[in-house]
Design a binder for this molecule. Sequence first.
Ligand code: PDD
Length: 295
Amino acid sequence: MGSTIYVNGRITGESEAVVPVLDHGFLYGEGVYEVMRTYRRTPFLYGRHMARMRRSAAMIDLEVPFTDEYLLGEIGKTADRFYQGQGPEGDGVELYIRVLLTRGVGAITYDTRSCPAPTVVIIVKPQVDPPPEAYDEGVKVILVPIVRNHPGSVNPLIKSNNLLNNALAWQQARRQGGFEAIMRNYRGEISECSQSNLFVVKDGQAATPPLEAGLLAGITREFVFECGQSAGVPIREATLLDADLFDADELFLTSTTREIVPIVQVDDRKVGTGRPGPVTRTLLAEFRRRIPEGL
Ligand code: PDD
């Protein structure tokens, strides 16, 4: 199943979807994005994703040219077109939705005044969950030497289309057989993974690096804090070092497209028992129980 793509109001299949070369998103990586997914064909935590998109856009002085309601309508039209193209095969398919907002088309200059209108892209395709083994057996991750952006550079709080830092980290982890890459910040503290946030569990308590460590404020990360409260699992923010990973009873990662995935190996070292642990399982079950609240 291919993607259905909206570019400034025009909805097509993926081979016809194009953005001009002089778009500053392409020329300079000037743009922000969000990744959402549906459950029961409804975007999960839509309001939170849009609030983050507005924060990201504000941090690069980019005006968001639509209301949340308007964009939801445009996502709905793109999704309808996607499902029309699938026929009965589309039954039961949930969606991955990527919304991109770039500075738009202009001259070859950093002057934003040359770009009169931002470019809006919506990519809709089937949501592909991690394989069942990832949840049942856990995954291996690689602690990579590539450092997460300094907050005084491209701040990791901006969900920016400048993904070279993350792509290089993930590619390195992949070469070593890892499902994800863990990155440290410029101070050598653990920050996050290339496409997900990271939690450690020790003595029944979970911890994750503070935003100040230089990481994306994950929507799933935030929801997991709420799941911890309702499931009776204490979760706090804490500065984490390499030793905290190797000393942990459990580790897990969180993201929109992956929910909560247990990590059972970092590089060649086993985490805890080497099996997904009870705290991770409790939080995943609570997350799934509470999904209807976010629809
Ligand atoms: N990735 N950290 C980074 C660097 C990310 O790119 C993501 C999301 C997360 C998790 O955020 P959330 O829980 O809001 O999805 C953390 C998305 C899924 C992506 O780029 O595909």
